[in-house]
Design a protein around this ligand. Structure first.
Ligand code: 2M8
Length: 452
C-alpha cells in the first residue's frame, strides 16, 4: 500500500508521481470497483467513477470499461444513475439501510445504491477513454469503441431522465433536490436554501462516521449541515424516490448552474460520439437540443456585466449569488456574449481567484479568498479541488483555449506534486485535506501526466 507523502518540501518527479497515482488506483480497487478513497469513501460514487475510469484507461482499458460497466449496471430502471453504488463495507454513513432504496420500485436489481444522482460527467469519460485507447493499440481501440457502442443508449436514457424529471421551472436549469447532488456538498451556494430546510423532530438518530477519518473535523461539513442532509434523505424516502414526487416535496430544490453546464457539455459530447457510431439521428438531435437549452439557461442565469452564473433557489423563488467556482460555469459550456465571456475569464485569472498572490498553485479555489464565506480548509468552502481544475482544463481545451488548458494542467500538477493525492488542498500552504490517496485525484493526475 502506498503511504501518503503530503510534505510540501517533497516534489515528485512526473514519472514517479504517475507511478504513485497508478498505485493509488490499484490499492483502492476491490476488483468490482475502485472505491472513491481507501477509508472515508469505501464505495463507488457516480462522478468519481467517471474520472476514475479515465485514469484506469492509462493502465488497462478493459479495467476502465469494467468500472463504468459496474456503474451502469446500477442505473435505475427509469434512467437515473445513482450517486453511490454500495460495497459490503459498513464504515460509511449513510449506508444503504438509511437510504432505504430497497423499497423503491425503480431501483436496479442485485445491487444496493443511494437514491439521488450527481453531475452527469459520464459521457465525457467515455469520450476520453476512447481517445486514450485509440492512442495505445488497435485492440484497446476496439474494446473502447465496443464499450461506447453498448454504453451509449444507457447514457442517452440518463440524459433523458434529467430532461424529463429535473428541469422543473422556466429558468431551464437542471435542478437538484439535495446538496450532495451538486457534488459540492457544503458549498456556500447552498447556505440560503439549506436555511429553509428544517429537520423535523422525527429525524431518526444517527452517528457520523466521516469525522473518524479526518485529522480535523473543521475539514468536513458541520453537524448542523449533516442534520439537514439527513432530513432531506428522510423526505426522499417518504416520496418513495419517485422522481416527480421528489421534486414536488423536497424542501431543497435548486437550479444548479454547474450541473447544467456539465449537462450541456455532456450532451454535446454524447451527440458527437453518437454521430461517430452512426446512432439514430433523432436521439442525436435531442441531445443537441438539450445541450443548446442547457447552455442558454446557464447564460441566462449570468450577471449581465460580470458573466458570473447564479444558481436559482426554486423553492425560495430567488437567485443566489455566493462567490464560488460554480459562477464560472459559462466558461465550461459557452453561451455568453464574447465581451462578457472575456471579462469572466479575466476575473478567473485575477487576484480574487487563480491569480491570488498567496496561492501555492494558480488554480481557482472553490470559494474566492476575498469572499466572507471563504474557509481555507473546510471542504467545498475554500480549498482547491484537483478534479475541478481538471474539468475546467478539459473544457478549455474543447473551447480552443490551449494556453489556459495547459496552465491549469501545469498548476494542477504543481498542486499535487507532494504525492499525497489529497481529496482537496489548503490553497495557501498546499496541505492535503480530507482523504489522502483519493482515487479521482490519482486519476486526473494520470491524465495530466500521460494525456494524449
Ligand atoms: C463527497 O460527498 C459525499 C456525499 O456524497 C460525502 O461527503 O460523504 C463530495 O466531495 C462528492 O462530490 C464526492 O463525489 C464524494 C466522494 O468523493 O465525496
Amino acid at each position: 500500500m502506498i503511504t501518503a507523502a503530503g510534505d510540501r518540501a517533497v516534489h515528485f518527479h512526473p514519472a514517479s508521481l504517475a507511478a504513485r497515482a497508478a498505485l493509488v488506483l490499484r490499492d483502492n480497487d476491490t476488483g468490482r470497483l475502485v472505491t472513491a478513497s481507501p477509508k472515508l469513501y469505501p464505495h463507488m460514487w457516480s462522478w468519481d467513477a467517471a474520472f476514475i475510469s479515465m485514469g484506469l484507461a492509462y493502465l488497462d482499458v478493459r479495467r476502465a470499461v469494467a468500472e463504468l460497466d459496474t456503474l451502469l449496471a446500477a442505473q435505475w430502471r427509469d434512467g437515473m444513475i445513482p450517486h453511490i453504488v454500495f460495497t459490503q463495507d459498513t464504515d460509511y454513513f449513510p449506508g444503504p439501510d438509511r437510504w432505504g432504496t430497497d423499497a423503491a420500485p425503480q431501483r436496479p436489481h442485485g445491487v444496493r445504491t443511494s437514491g439521488i444522482c450527481q453531475p452527469p460527467v459520464h459521457a465525457i469519460a467515455v469520450r476520453r477513454i476512447v481517445e486514450i485507447a485509440r492512442k495505445t493499440s488497435q485492440d484497446d481501440a476496439e474494446v473502447a469503441e465496443a464499450f461506447a457502442e453498448r454504453a451509449w443508449s444507457s447514457l442517452y436514457r440518463w440524459h433523458r431522465w434529467i430532461v424529463r424529471h429535473r428541469i422543473p421551472d422556466a429558468s431551464g436549469l437542471v435542478a437538484i433536490v439535495h446538496g450532495w447532488e451538486s457534488g459540492m456538498d457544503n458549498s456556500p451556494r447552498w447556505d440560503e436554501p439549506y436555511a429553509a430546510v428544517l429537520p423535523g423532530p422525527d429525524l431518526p438518530p444517527y452517528v457520523r462516521l466521516d469525522l473518524l477519518q479526518v485529522d480535523d473535523p473543521g475539514e468536513r461539513p458541520s453537524d448542523d449541515e449533516y442534520d439537514r442532509y439527513l432530513w432531506l434523505i428522510e423526505q426522499l424516502r417518504r416520496a418513495d424516490y419517485h422522481p416527480d414526487r421528489v421534486v414536488d416535496t423536497s424542501a431543497f430544490l435548486v437550479g444548479d448552474v454547474f450541473v447544467t453546464a456539465v449537462f450541456a457539455l455532456a450532451c454535446d459530447t454524447l451527440a458527437g460520439l453518437g454521430e461517430e457510431l452512426g446512432r439514430n439521428g433523432e436521439e442525436i438531435d435531442d441531445l443537441r437540443a438539450w445541450a443548446a437549452r442547457a447552455r442558454a439557461a446557464v447564460a441566462l442565469s449570468a450577471h449581465p456585466e460580470t458573466g458570473m452564473a447564479r444558481d436559482r433557489d426554486i423553492r425560495g423563488g430567488r437567485w443566489l449569488s455566493a462567490e464560488t467556482i460554480a459562477g464560472f460555469s459559462p466558461l465550461l459550456c459557452g453561451g455568453l456574449p464574447a465581451d462578457v465571456e472575456s471579462r469572466l475569464m479575466s476575473t478567473l485569472d485575477g487576484p480574487a481567484w487563480s491569480g491570488h498572490p498567496d496561492l501555492l498553485a494558480a488554480v481557482p479555489p472553490s470559494v474566492s479568498p476575498s469572499s466572507p464565506d471563504f474557509d481555507a480548509k473546510r471542504y467545498w468552502r475554500g480549498p482547491q479541488w484537483p478534479v475541478i481544475t481538471w474539468l475546467f482544463g478539459w473544457a478549455f481545451e474543447q473551447r480552443n483555449w490551449p494556453r489556459h488548458a495547459s496552465e491549469f494542467r501545469a498548476q494542477g500538477v504543481h498542486l499535487v506534486s507532494d504525492g499525497a493525492f489529497g481529496e482537496y488542498y489548503e490553497p495557501f500552504t498546499g496541505k492535503p485535506l480530507g482523504s489522502t490517496n483519493q482515487s479521482w485525484t490519482a486519476a486526473v493526475v494520470l491524465d495530466w501526466l500521460c494525456g494524449v
